[in-house]
Design a binder for this molecule. Structure first.
Ligand code: HEC
Length: 154
């Protein structure tokens, strides 16, 4: 019996496998880690607590925020709240990366939040939209008020 065909079977299989994995690559996660985003962006204020930003690693600062829940806190911070600039002041920062940075800061400050999965990202987007709608309404009311003042001026 000719055994050479069996001898080269592993090589053939390895070749096929390599081709298969090459043909269908698993999409790479190109998002930065929360730690990376924190170190590049958020640390500027959150390391020392600029303008009363909750300090990185300070459990007392973070405890009441953690209670709000991951979707709410992430969405509100992303939209911007009081002295916290929208998107951490970095307009090209992706929402997923921002959300990971929040999870990282929380996890280093007494909480235990994971990188948000698809379901959590969905909730964050919904809450952010709600928050934005509220701001838009408030701004439209201000615009109306201005129009009224302008008319009274005439
Ligand atoms: C220019 C300074 C600055 C930068 C940069 C910044 N923050 Fe903040 N952040 C603040 C301040 C100030 C507050 C406190 C806001 C307040 O309560 O008045 C805050 C609050 C927060 C809160 C709590 C929000 C709430 O609802 O009270 C989260 C979460 C947060 N920041 C996440 C981040 C993340 C994530 C980044 C980086 C991507 C970041 N911040 C970058 C200044 C900053």
């Amino acid at each position: 019996m000719n055994t050479s065909i069996f001898a080269c079977l592993p090589i053939v299989l390895t070749g096929l496998l390599a081709q298969a994995t090459h043909a269908a690559p698993v999409p790479a996660d190109t998002f930065k880690s929360g730690k990376q985003v924190y170190n590049e962006v958020c640390f500027a204020c959150h390391k020392t607590g600029v303008a009363h930003a909750p300090k990185f690693g300070n459990k007392t600062d973070w405890a009441p925020l953690i209670e709000e829940g991951q979707d709410i806190l992430t969405a509100h911070a992303w939209v911007g709240v009081r002295a916290m600039p929208a998107k951490g002041g970095k307009p090209d920062l992706k929402l997923t990366e921002f959300a990971r940075a929040v999870a990282y800061m929380v996890s280093e400050s007494g909480g235990n939040w994971k990188d948000p999965d698809a379901d959590m990202m969905h909730k964050i987007r919904k809450e952010a939209e709600k928050r934005l709608e509220k701001s838009i309404k408030e701004m439209q009311a201000m615009k109306k008020e201005l129009h009224r003042l302008n008319e009274e001026d005439d």
